[in-house]
Design a protein. Sequence first.
Length: 338
Amino acid sequence: MDVQQIDITASHPLALPVGVTLDRYIMHRQTAFPYATGELSQLLRDIALAGKIIHREVNRAGLIDLTGGMGVQNVQGESQQKLDMIANIRFKRALTNGGEACAIISEEEEDIIYTGNNHGKYVVAMDPLDGSSNIDVNVSIGTIFSIYRRVTPIGSEPTLADFLQGGRRQVAAGYILYGSSTIMVYTTGHSVNGFTYDASLGEYILSHPDIHSPCTGQIYSCNDGNVDGYEDGVKEYLTDCRKKQYTARYIGSLVADFHRNLLKGGIYLYPPTKKSPDGKLRLLYEAFPLAFLAEKAGCLATSGNQAILDIKPSSLHQRTPLYIGAPVMVESLVDMLT
Ligand code: FBP
């Protein structure tokens, strides 16, 4: 039997490079900062690792009885889903074992979580699994994280002050979206990059380099069921969107709605409502990290009164109205609010 001679060169389709892995990208970026010690890099890798595990659990949740509620409520008064708890445990463990985070706050827990790594330089605020209402119905959900360099002395017990520094003091922020594919999008204060998880390799691969969001768009995202409770300026803005025949898209998972609008141009609105007069979304682990990332990608984020990143935080689980997205759309909304 004649064996056909095929010439495998580096350019052969079977030999094409897989792309830049997250680990390699982090190491490369670290070399750009001569004073960098690798702790932030390790922390980002710890978060990415926990994200891989949650990717696996989300994908097989229906097979391993991981859907449904726990029958208990979290500090927000929301019923905790099994996957909420699993995600919370996995991220806490990864950050504790990683050794770089001295403390964590989580949407799922009332108080500061002390990791015991008092020599850690960083604290992490996180929403382990955002979009809880979508967990059981296979709709995209996500993890949101925000990282600060602590202000208390290294070696000492971290305190509230480490978490209430203000959004502009974040050193890194991002999210992991568990959707049709799993993607980690983050910034360390410079560019915004997205890495798609390739489970067959167990690696995140750079798929969305240097994301710059369109300055305007035709997509608006809000819970239309709450419109009657919105203030006049918001109602006026939504009427204008309809008049302009913009597209209404609302997944009900902040990370998923934000990600779509970041790439395509659009605005996400969660105004004050009768049920949530201060807004629903949490400042420290939902609004701050997405606003930090949004501004680096050319978007705007406001509470209606001020830029989200200029809000002075006063408590761990405080809420805020959130309007975030394409600058032209956010500015025209703010004009109608004032
Ligand atoms: P959690 O699921 O983490 O509590 O997040 C809040 C959230 O689910 C956002 O993801 C989403 O955008 C919003 O609330 C949906 O709220 P509503 O159901 O009131 O529209």
